[in-house]
Design a protein around this ligand. Structure first.
Ligand code: ZN
Ligand code: ZN
Ligand code: ZN
Ligand code: ZN
Ligand code: ZN
Ligand code: ZN
Length: 455
């Protein structure tokens, strides 16, 4: 039981010691007498000064303290006395720890700088806190009555700053397929993060597309691919293939003798068809077989047979003579019809038909029918080459010659009187032509006068 209590007590003491120790180091009571070593900072190569201060001095006439520091990072250059105590004796600056003592004949209650230490921060010093520790022997700090005076101690330090050297960018948080990451640039000497920036998301590392559902002629299919890193799956449609039409027709139903069939273009993949066409029904007849030959006057007949259903088709062969070439019996003239005939070689039947009149074949030059004399008119006309007919009968005035160039050529247009005429009616025709021409001339003159007046 005693042991147990002792154990508990020691644990408690330890806990108190553990809890109170950092408090004693870091903070001295506000009105407690204390030696306080400053905390300063500097870069490698810098000169730094660290004061040892006295707080809440109750009155002392002598003191002795020992100051130790890290000789690897700091080099002590000098120690100068402060204003609290005189009679100082400082050991050589090469000592570490270095002993500092004061001894006077009067109490000093001054507060402030006890001593000032000047250090050089070594060029190769690592960055970080370099502790400066003060200790003292209680018998060496006393007042004029030779009574020891207790001082709390707050140790100091030189914080050595780093002349940062930026290193290479290095990954801090890796980027994922879809999220950005970060990378940092650290000091190669002290590891402080000097810069930070985002890195791009990596994007998925998809494998090959794999078919999930195959498309057919008319329906979409689908395919997917998976990221090998995060297993994200992407899916997309595959377009329908469309029909694959064959180039040739397929007969869907054969035509028979009596029923139509059909054919269409088929899709080679599915049942779809297009361009349906009717294959017409019909018998498959063989050659015609003559049952009765036709004669000149009587019809014959023939038939043919369907090779499939044996249906028979019968046809009449019309009766017909076997005529030879047409032969002319009476030749036609300018104005009279002629005739021709042909004969059947079998029954000698004769067929006769008319040949149309040929019409006149007019000369191109006038013929003088009567020479004019000094007192009597003559006449001329156009003659038919093949008969006695004349046209364009023209008066040749008395006292001129038939070939006189001043004589008016034809008083009437040749086409107006292009009528077949017989030689018998010649004198009457001449008179008619003359009177008609004279009458026409009179009418023309009267009409012309009226036109002039009306203007
Ligand atoms: Zn650094
Ligand atoms: Zn991914
Ligand atoms: Zn199809
Ligand atoms: Zn048939
Ligand atoms: Zn005949
Ligand atoms: Zn004629």
């Amino acid at each position: 039981m005693k042991k147990f209590i002792a154990m508990i007590t020691s644990i408690c003491l330890c806990a108190v010691a553990f809890l109170s120790t950092p408090a004693l180091v870091s903070a001295v009571g506000n009105d407690e007498p204390a030696f306080i070593v400053e905390e300063v900072s500097g870069y490698a190569g810098d000169e730094v000064t660290v004061n040892i201060n006295v707080n809440n001095n109750p009155g002392i006439c002598a003191a002795g303290v020992t100051v130790s520091y890290d000789g690897n990072t700091l080099e002590l250059k000098s120690v100068t006395n402060g204003s609290v105590l005189g009679g100082n004796i400082f050991g050589p600056v090469s000592n570490n720890p270095i002993k500092l003592t004061w001894s006077t004949t009067e109490n000093s209650t001054a507060n402030g700088v006890l001593a000032t230490l000047t250090f050089t921060v070594k060029e190769n010093a690592d960055s970080g806190k370099s502790a400066i520790t003060l200790t003292y022997d209680p018998d060496e700090v006393y007042n004029i009555d030779m009574t020891n005076v207790a001082f709390a101690v707050e140790n100091g330090s030189v914080t050595i700053n780093c002349n940062h050297v930026a290193g290479a960018w290095e990954e801090e948080n890796p980027a994922s397929c879809t999220e950005k990451g970060t990378e940092v640039q650290k000091c190669t000497k002290c590891g402080t993060v000097l810069n930070r920036r985002d890195t791009d998301a990596l994007g998925h590392s998809f494998g090959k597309w794999e078919t999930v559902t195959s498309p057919d002629c008319t329906n979409k299919g689908s395919e997917k691919r998976t990221c090998s890193v995060c297993q994200y799956t992407e899916t997309r449609d595959i377009d329908p293939l469309g029909h694959s039409w064959e180039s040739d027709y397929t007969i869907d139903k054969e035509a028979t003798c009596t029923e139509d069939g059909s054919q269409s273009i088929h899709c080679s993949r599915c049942d779809a068809v297009k361009d349906s066409q009717v294959i017409p029904k019909g018998h498959k007849y063989g050659e015609w077989i003559v049952d009765k030959e036709a004669t000149c006057t009587e019809d014959g007949s023939r038939h043919r047979v369907c090779s499939v259903c044996k249906a028979e088709e019968t046809e009449t062969i019309p009766a017909a003579h076997q005529f030879g070439e047409w032969e002319i019996i009476t030749a036609p003239t300018c104005t009279e019809k002629g005739s021709e005939q042909r004969t059947c070689s079998i029954c000698k039947e004769v067929e006769t038909r008319d040949i149309d009149a040929t019409g006149h074949s007019w000369e191109t030059e006038f013929t003088i029918d009567k020479e004019p004399t000094a007192t009597e008119d003559g006449s001329k006309s156009i003659h038919c080459k093949n008969c006695d007919a004349v046209k364009d009968v023209t008066v040749i005035p008395a006292g001129t010659t038939a070939t006189d160039p001043t004589e008016p050529s034809s008083p009437s247009d040749s086409s107006e009187s292009d009528v077949p005429q017989t030689g018998d009616s010649f004198p009457v025709a001449v008179l008619i032509v003359f009177f008609v021409a004279a009458g026409a001339l009179t009418v023309l003159l009267v009409v012309n006068k009226k036109r002039v007046r009306s203007k």
